[in-house]
Design a protein around this ligand. Structure first.
Ligand code: LER
Ligand code: MN
Length: 270
């Protein structure tokens, strides 16, 4: 298992659950000094960060890019894959497609979280799911050509009415006819939606491609009431070998959340 920490570079959403917020190089330097294996990036678009600079930073600080978030397409531009307007859905696909290209240069998958959107009012669920399936299938094919997976994230009920738990997300995934999509196990969302996080990991372990390492209150692990012992056992037992990435609030500060996270990672996974 590999450790990672989030860096957000989108000023419009400064209150979100990402650890580092300021300068890209400073954040990478801090992650490297603490011993993280990688950073997960949340950028305003695929061109918001200079890829040559990112490559240089990645090499000089010996830090990988483990994933790129696509949520800025929604929070900045108002795009989702389930918008009733086909033009907006196409723009959402184009936005994510560019993020897939950006991530693939670093062998990092793109994450579809809030870009899935919601079943819009007045639209049949089956119709909106059809839009989601079409969009995701195009994007999974695009990612495959680029040699990366696509990561789909079930979110809690306060963020989407599409799929909130793994059982429903997996059942839908099975209808898509691709094996290039993996699921993101965000421990914060799972704490709200799953009857048991460890049991869900045992049952659907083969679908898990990325983990968001967050406590019950979305602070760093150890700062809430999620019990990590059985979750760590479950991840070890399914031989999870991917990234465990802290998508948490910078509470009480970015530095303290980062330190707490690497200590928790070393406690449970080293
Ligand atoms: C994205 O990874 C996520 O978990 C969303 O809840 C962000 O708001
Ligand atoms: Mn998440």
């Amino acid at each position: 298992m590999k450790s990672a920490i989030t860096i957000a570079l989108v000023p419009q959403i400064k209150s979100g659950p990402w650890v580092f917020w300021e300068n890209l190089e400073d954040s990478i330097a801090k992650a490297s000094a603490l011993g993280f294996d990688a950073v997960e990036l949340f950028t305003a678009s695929a061109t918001a960060v200079d890829t040559t600079l990112l490559q240089q930073l990645s090499e000089s600080y010996r830090i990988r890019i483990c994933a790129v978030g696509t949520g800025a397409g929604k929070v900045v531009q108002g795009l989702t894959l389930t918008d009733p307007n086909a033009v907006v859905r196409d723009r959402a696909i184009a936005f994510i497609s560019e993020m897939i290209d950006f991530g693939a240069a670093f062998n990092a998958p793109a994450i579809i979280g809030s870009m899935q959107g919601n079943i819009p009012q007045g639209i049949e669920r089956t119709t909106a799911l059809q839009w989601l399936s079409e969009g995701i299938s195009i994007l999974a094919g695009k990612a495959e050509k680029k040699g990366v997976r696509l990561i789909y994230e079930p979110l809690n009920r306060y963020e989407t009415n599409i799929f909130n738990c793994f059982a429903d997300a997996v059942a839908w995934l099975e209808t898509l006819g691709t094996n290039n999509i993996q699921l993101l196990a965000d421990l914060f969302h799972m704490n709200i939606e799953e009857a048991s996080i460890p049991e869900t990991i045992y049952q659907y372990g083969s679908y898990i491609g990325h983990i968001h390492f967050a406590d019950s209150n979305r602070r760093a692990i150890g700062m809430g009431h999620t019990s990590m012992s059985d979750i760590a056992k479950a991840l070890q037992s399914i031989s999870y070998s991917g990234y465990i990435s802290a998508e948490v609030f910078p509470w009480p500060s970015s530095d303290a959340a980062a330190k707490q996270t690497i200590n928790a990672f070393n406690t449970w996974f080293k």
